[in-house]
Every structure is written in structure tokens, then in C-alpha cells.
Design a binder for this molecule. Sequence first.
Ligand SMILES: Cc1cc2nc3c(=O)[nH]c(=O)nc-3n(C[C@H](O)[C@H](O)[C@H](O)COP(=O)(O)O)c2cc1C
Ligand SMILES: CCCCCCC(=O)C(=O)O
Length: 373
Amino acid sequence: MANDLLKKRVINFTDWEQEAEKRITPHAFTYIKSGAGNEETLRANEEAFYRWKIRPRFLKDVSERNLSITLFGKKHPTPFILAPIGMQGIAHPEGEKATAKAAQNMNVPFIASSVSTYSLEEIAHESVDNSRWFQLYWSKDWEITSSFVKRAEQAGYEAIVVTIDTALLGIRQGDLTHGYSPLKLGEGAGNYFSDPVFLSRLNESPAANIEAALKELVNVVYEPSLSWEDLSFLRKHTNLPILLKGILHPEDARLALEHSVDGVIVSNHGGRQLDGCIAALDALEEVAKAVGGKIPVLFDSGIRRGPDVIKALALGADAVLIGRPYIYGLAADGQMGVEQVLLNLGADVDASLALSGLSSIKHISPEIIVKKG
Ligand SMILES: Cc1cc2nc3c(=O)[nH]c(=O)nc-3n(C[C@H](O)[C@H](O)[C@H](O)COP(=O)(O)O)c2cc1C
Ligand SMILES: CCCCCCC(=O)C(=O)O
């Protein structure tokens, strides 16, 4: 971590957010921070955690602690995964490459976004020894979809995460006011401009006609007609585990099981899609019950501190995705910032676990929390 940040004691989420704001453009900062609409759901995501309280037990010998988890047969030292966050070039020139290096150093799986600034191969190159998953924005051009999946497999990605809450982009007031779209500026083009199928659709290369290439990218980036039956197309194209990101309803969790999905991520996209929808934490318990331990249940949207992680795991998550906190670390201090955010969160989870009277993540159960108000 850079010395000035250490001296300033940049520790918690708010500290990192403030540092990020100082270092990136106001438009980029607004893009990252904002939610959809009047940000009811963005606020609800954090507020939902306040309604649950940990009921600690004592005299339990917590001198040695184990934060590790196992997912798809692989052990990880902490219950963290870095959430897919697109267009990281707006936060730092090294973008996803810096994040991938940090993820590798911290031994935390990284989910690379379809709309990354750098290509999935460049990202893989920075994290050859680390678990990485690929997040799929199912393209309207299904040959691009299958090409992305094939490339991800070839580059050693270990799972495909299909984001299902983005049939179109949420209405984000701040970005509309600024007229700001990093996608239209080319910040999310890494995978498209390196894709043979995408390039074959263009009359001229992106270098020769960037406007036309970006127009095509924006045109094909998501598939609003996607439905449950279409998952069989993906299954035909990959043997990797398939996870659905954006599950909020227990019935959708049951459908995921019915369609042989390998994992679900309870998420409302950090309040960036449907404003007025339920807090992700409020969906977790019922989704986990519907899944009944058959496949992993992951969680994101609102994780800021150690106790949040304990509460999400107590409500049925097997691991949590870290979103905005690490992007603020990236914006504030590149790779070192991401590492420091993870170190701080890890220390917070470790302390919260011990102070709850538990010595292992595996011992977290619904009994350790109670609902208030
Ligand atoms: C700037 C930004 C870009 C994002 N890009 C993607 C993306 O490309 N794909 C995706 O599935 N989710 C994306 N997300 C959503 C995150 O994966 C995650 O669900 C969200 O950040 C969780 O909320 P939190 O950051 O408030 O904890 C993005 C979120 C942010 C803040
Ligand atoms: C699918 C169109 C662009 C997505 C932009 C990245 C994203 O998910 C976000 O929340 O921002």
C-alpha cells in the first residue's frame, strides 16, 4: 500500500471510497458509486445487514481460526471472490490486469467481466496460477457468446457466470445527467475487439473505424430475449460449471436446479439494475432453502465489512463476492489497493468470527444471528 494511504489510515469502505473519488474523474466515480433510479435498492442493500444482529457465544477457544472454503472441489483460503466489474480502465490504467495480479497474490478467485477493458487472455496472463471465472454477458449474436465461452475455456477459466439481471441496462440517473457511458467510449471493448467472430461482423477494423466498431458492440452486448430454455445452448458449448448471477426469487433458484445449473449468485447487481427491488440479503435465506445445499449459493450486493460476511454466510451463502470495495481500492492504489482492501476485509472477518465465538467459517450457522426490527 502506498505510504500516504497507510499514514492516512485508509481502512474501511468509506475511507477507500473517499480516496477513489480523489483519484478518478467525477464521471467515472459516479458510474461506479451509483445505483439505478433513486437508489432505493442501493441503500436497501446495506440497510438489510443492520436488521440482522450477531448473537455471540463465549469461552469457545478461538485461538486458531480457519477462514477457508471449498467451491467446486477447490479450496480457497478466504470466503471471498472478486465480483465481475466491467470497464476497470475507468478506475485505473492497469484495470483488470492489476486486479488479476492482486487476486493471485491474495489467492482470491477473480470473475472477469465480458465487458472488461482488457481481454480475457490478457487477464489470464496476469493470474496464471489463480482461480478465475468468466462472467458472460450473453451476446445478441450467439456466435460471439459461444466464441467467448470457448476462449475462456482455452485460457483456463474454471467457471462461466451468466449474469441474468441485465436484459438491458438499468436507468442510472448520474450517468444520464453526465451523458457518460464507458461502454460507448470503448472501455469495455477488450474481449470484443479481440474476438474473431465479432471482428468478422465489421466492415472495417476498430482501428480504421472505431465509431462503427463501438456501435456494433453496443448493439450486440446483451440479449434481451434470453430465457431458461436457452441455457441448453450454453451447456452444449462448455463442460465448465455454469453459475447464474442475479437470482432473487426462490422459484428461480428451483428453476436453476431444474436446468442443471451448477451454482447461483444471489445479487441485485449492487442496486444498479431494478431500483425498488428487494435487498439482496433479504432474498438470500429463501433462495438458499430452495437450493437445499444441492449446489453452491454465492452472494453479493452490500458486503462492506467483516460482520456482513458472517451474516451472509449465516443466511446460507457459501461465499461472498466483493464488488465496489475492491474497485475503490483499485482506483485509489492499483494492485496494492485491491490487495489492501482484501487484507482489511480478511482481518475484519477473522476478528468478527473470533468475537462471535467461532473458530471456523464452517461453523457459521443460522443460530448465530437474530433479526431485529
Ligand atoms: C462499476 C461496476 C461495474 C459492474 N460491472 C459488472 C459486469 O460487468 N458484470 C456483472 O455481472 N456485474 C457487474 N457489476 C455488478 C457486480 O458484479 C456486483 O454484483 C455488485 O458490485 C455488488 O454490489 P456492491 O458492489 O454494492 O457490493 C458491476 C458493478 C459495478 C459497481
Ligand atoms: C451489458 C451492458 C453493459 C454492462 C455494463 C457493466 C455493468 O454491469 C454495470 O453494472 O455497469
